[in-house]
Ligand binder design. Sequence first.
Ligand code: FES
Length: 239
Amino acid sequence: MTDVKVTVMRSSPEEGQEKPHYDTFTVNAKKNMTVLDALFLIVEDQDPTLAFRCACRLGMCGSCGMMINGRGRLACRTKIEQMGENILVQPMKNQPIVKDLTVNMDPFFGNWQKVKPYFVPKEGENTFAVIPPDSERREIIDENQDCITCGLCFQSCDAVAMRDDYIGPAALSRAYNLIADERDDAKQERLNLVSTESGAFGCHSFGACVEVCPKGIKPMVTIQKIKAKKLKSSFGLKW
Ligand code: FES
């Protein structure tokens, strides 16, 4: 067991306290304890007003995204022993703070909605047509299927920070999944929707989305695939 110092950014814009300040708490850390465990200990023993969001505590729901030691991470998957004895915890960027470590994710999910993120079946076709797990068609989108919509790619993206209307890595990645799905009947519409300056062509390949994704997804790579498909489509080539 070691004592670690956890410094947390605090603010409460909705209660008129916009200017952030930092509180440091000492937590007695046990082996395998996560940053999320430490935040719970702080709430239980030191400051019950500390606000943060979580649900599954298993890296599945995507609700505990925050900045830990300057990088976007899931608090429930970040072990204290990997972070050192001084840990800085801040809310995600690119989204308004509700309170302390809790942000309003409307910008993220608003953009998610913009790409028509649902499968559109072809008229009269069996919408449950199975693509065999070992088929090449499945491999095209396999790597993107694990997105848990945590928003860490969105918060780390400088293109999002630079322009308010940029859709962002996660939503574009979702759009690509459907564009690449031959069963989908809205492929062309969706491709046109995301092949704009606020869509795929707004990506400057900064690459932070690839670095922070807790599921190993590479949105930046996927976005380049959207651009390639758009170019092929513009020249009347098969895409
Ligand atoms: S609490 Fe669900 S991903 Fe961390």
